[in-house]
Design a protein around this ligand. Structure first.
Ligand SMILES: [Zn+2]
Length: 73
């Protein structure tokens, strides 16, 4: 069995992926972001780190989108 494929396995190499990873990691680890009320509904408490990471992710996506949008300018 020798499969010599040059294409790597599904690796997301988007520039914004690291930023999204940090944002997602924060969301599942941060006690503030995970806080829920009696009904189990996320309380959406303000969290400076969450905002900062989300903004970084949003910026990264925006930067990517601006370079990827097809068609001549
Ligand atoms: Zn948080």
């Amino acid at each position: 069995m020798s499969t010599s494929t040059e294409s790597p396995p599904q690796v997301i190499a988007e520039p914004w992926w690291p930023a999204y990873g940090r944002f997602a990691d924060h969301c599942i680890q941060c006690p503030t972001c995970k806080a829920v009320d009696d009904q189990g509904v996320n309380r959406r408490l303000p969290c400076a780190d969450h905002d900062r990471l989300h903004e970084a992710y949003r910026q990264a996506r925006h930067d990517t989108a601006s370079t990827v949008t097809g068609g001549p300018a």
